[in-house]
Design a protein around this ligand. Structure first.
Ligand SMILES: [Zn+2]
Ligand SMILES: [Zn+2]
Length: 410
C-alpha cells in the first residue's frame, strides 16, 4: 500500500514537499522553505509548520525509520531545496546533473551550505529506492536544471510537475514529458499553480510593474535595444541560478557592441555551466576606473551588495533582470529603489517569469490527463482547482497538510 503525505506548500508559492511511503521505503520530493526562519530553532520551525513535519530527518540522533529512502529535488530554487541545509541524516539527495553542478558551485562560493549526500541523476533514467522508482525529465523553468519527476510504486504512477512554463526556450522538453506521463496513465499529478496566485494573470515578479511580461527570447532582444540606446554604462542585476539567462546577457552585449563585465561568482557559474568564456571580471581583469573611462563599451553586472560601485560610475540605466531583491515583499527592494533614485539612475525591469500562464497550466493538465490532479505551489490553489475541474476530465483534490492519503486501494 502506497501512502502520500503533503508536508508543505499547499497554499503558498513554494515550500512544497510531498512524501510517498510503502513498507520499508520512502521518497520525498522537493525540500523547500517558503517562510522566514530567523528567530526559529529547527524544532520551533517544525512546530510552526515552517519546516516539514519530519523530525526524524531534521533533529539530531533520531532512529532511522525506513531501510530505503531518498529525497528528489526538482530544481535549485530556495522554495524547493532551502530545507536541505537542516538535514541531520545522510539521506541521499538526488538532483539533475546540471542542478547538482550548480549546487556545488554555490556551496564552493559560500552561498549555500554543504549537504551530506548529494547525487546527480541522469534525465530519463529511473533511480530505484526500495519499492519506488523515480525518473526525472528535463523541463523548462528559470533554473535550467529543472526536472519534472515521475514516481512508480510498481502498480501505479504519480508525478510532480515541478515549476514549469510552456512559453520558454524548451517547450519541446515539456511536451515530451507530458506525453511520457500521459502514456503512464497517472494515478495522481501534482501541478504548480503560481500564476493563479494573484488577482491579475500577471506573473509573480511583475505585480508592482504591470508591463507585459517578456519571454526569455524577447528579453534578449529588448536588452540589445536598451544597450544600443544607452548613452553611458548600463548595469544589470540578473538571478545567478538562471545560467542560460547569463549566457543570453553576454550574447546580447556583443550584439550591441559592448563587452560584458561579470562579478567573479557569476563569471565562474557562466564558465562552468555554459562553457562560455566571460568577457571581463570586475576586480580581476578590469577596474571601476577603466569602466568609467569608456562607459559605452560595457554592460556591468552589479549585485545588490555591490550597489555602492555605481556612485563612482556614469550609469544611464539599471536593468533589473530577476536578480535579488526580487520584489517589494523584500525590504531590500525599497533600499535599492531609494539608492537608485538618490543617484538619479533610472530603474528598468527586464524580467521574465519561469511559470506557465493559467491557460498553459490547464493545457498541461489536459495533455497529461491524470486520474487525479492536485493543485499546489499557489496562494490560491482553489482558483487553479476550479479551472482544472471545469476544463479537464481529472478529479481534483485539494489535500490537507500532514494527512496520509492512500491512492492504491482497489
Ligand atoms: Zn517554486
Ligand atoms: Zn522555481
Amino acid at each position: 500500500m502506497t501512502q502520500v503525505r503533503f508536508l508543505n506548500g499547499l497554499n503558498t508559492i513554494g515550500g512544497n514537499i510531498v512524501e510517498f511511503t510503502k513498507g520499508d521505503s520512502r521518497i520525498l520530493m522537493d525540500f523547500g522553505v517558503a517562510a522566514d526562519l530567523t528567530d526559529e530553532t529547527v524544532a520551533s520551525a517544525i512546530a510552526a509548520g515552517k519546516l516539514p513535519n519530519v523530525p526524524e530527518l531534521l533533529l539530531p540522533d533520531q532512529p532511522k525509520r525506513f531501510a530505503h529512502e531518498a529525497i528528489f529535488i526538482s530544481h535549485l530554487h530556495i522554495d524547493h531545496m532551502g530545507a536541505l541545509q537542516y538535514l541531520q541524516t545522510d539521506i541521499p539527495v538526488y538532483l539533475s546533473a546540471p542542478s547538482y553542478h550548480l549546487y556545488q558551485l554555490l556551496i564552493d562560493a559560500g552561498i549555500e551550505k554543504p549537504v551530506a549526500n548529494l547525487h546527480p541523476m541522469a534525465f530519463d533514467t529511473p533511480v530505484q529506492v526500495g519499492a519506488f522508482s523515480v525518473t526525472g525529465f528535463a523541463s523548462d523553468h528559470d533554473e535550467p536544471g529543472i526536472m519534472a519527476l515521475l514516481v512508480s510504486d510498481g502498480r501505479r504512477a504519480y508525478a510532480h510537475s515541478g515549476d514549469v512554463r510552456l512559453d520558454g526556450p524548451h517547450r519541446d522538453r515539456v511536451l515530451a514529458w507530458a506525453k511520457q506521463m500521459a502514456d503512464q496513465k497517472l494515478a495522481m499529478f501534482m501541478l504548480e499553480g503560481t500564476t493563479y496566485s494573484f488577482d491579475t494573470a500577471t506573473p509573480v515578479e511583475d505585480q508592482a510593474h504591470p508591463s507585459a511580461p517578456l519571454t526569455e527570447m524577447a528579453l534578449q532582444t529588448r536588452l540589445v535595444e536598451l544597450l544600443q540606446a544607452a548613452p553611458a554604462l548600463v548595469v544589470i542585476n540578473p538571478y545567478q541560478r538562471n545560467y542560460e539567462r547569463l549566457a543570453a546577457i553576454q550574447t546580447a552585449a556583443h550584439k550591441a557592441g559592448r563587452k560584458m563585465v561579470w562579478e567573479p561568482t557569476d563569471a565562474r557559474i557562466l564558465r562552468k555551466m555554459t562553457g562560455l568564456t566571460p568577457d571581463l571580471i570586475i576586480g580581476e581583469t578590469i577596474t571601476l576606473a577603466e569602466l568609467a573611462q569608456t562607459p559605452t563599451a560595457y554592460l556591468l553586472e552589479t549585485t545588490f551588495a555591490h550597489r555602492d560601485w555605481l556612485t563612482q560610475l556614469p550609469v544611464s540605466n539599471y536593468l533589473h533582470s530577476n536578480g535579488e531583491p526580487l520584489g517589494d515583499y523584500d525590504p531590500r527592494f525599497k533600499q535599492l529603489q531609494d539608492f537608485l533614485a538618490a543617484q538619479q539612475i533610472p530603474l528598468t525591469f527586464l524580467s521574465c517569469s519561469g511559470h506557465a500562464t493559467r491557460e498553459d497550466l490547464v493545457t498541461l493538465a489536459q495533455l497529461v490527463a491524470p486520474q487525479l490532479v492536485i493543485p499546489w505551489h499557489s496562494f490560491h490553489p482553489e482558483r487553479e482547482a476550479e479551472a482544472l475541474d471545469a476544463q479537464t476530465r481529472a478529479e481534483v483534490l485539494m489535500p490537507e497538510k500532514d494527512l496520509y492519503y492512500t491512492l492504491d486501494e482497489d
